[in-house]
Design a protein around this ligand. Sequence first.
Ligand SMILES: [Fe+2]
Ligand SMILES: [Fe+2]
Length: 235
Amino acid sequence: MYNEISIDRVKKIVSDSFENLGIEGISVFLHSERVAEYSKALTAECVKKYKELVDKIDPERVYLSGILHDIGKKVFPIELLNGKSKLNDEDIEKIKTHPLEGYNLLKKAEEKYNIKLWQDICDAVLFHHENYDGTGYPEGKKNGEIPLIARILRVADFYDASFTRIKTNGGIKQNEENCPCVKTKEYCIEQLKERKGTFFDPNIADIFIEIIKKPVEIISEKINENNLIYKTNSF
Ligand SMILES: [Fe+2]
Ligand SMILES: [Fe+2]
């Protein structure tokens, strides 16, 4: 018999374990929290638009998938996460193993704590870097072969990586001129549009673009609070 585990409990375990890695770990956790918020909001809109999804997808489970999606990065040395040094091909290939590392960590946690995590969440973690056209990883799945939660995470994750990640200098926000990693919302929306049908499920990307065009507060105050963070590598 398995024990039930609450979303809050999982979130606390993930947050503590990333905090132990220092500022780079905290950055990954804050990114995960924002991806979770974006994904939950996106799921709610998808369900409103496609009523047949009501019984198929739960926004709370999508939220938890967002919290866990990059958990596999915990196994890497800090230098791979902090975005300070230029990565070589070998480093990039290593980082690309994080979905599988994450899936394996979740399966080990189930055994260790005698809990049963939902399989759809484990699969979302494993497939969150699959592209709609089959060019993603780890398996090169495409279109509807990619689980719905993973298709939702793909859009939210890309957006957060390209928009919210703002490099700071001692906590002072830098402007676009001296920090090229700062992007405008319009620029990021264009990036999303360009990748519809290649990276992203076009229907999901369209719904997300409508959400994100509105003031960001409708999604979460937290997204604003966490705006100032250190840049991390985003593979
Ligand atoms: Fe990832
Ligand atoms: Fe991510």
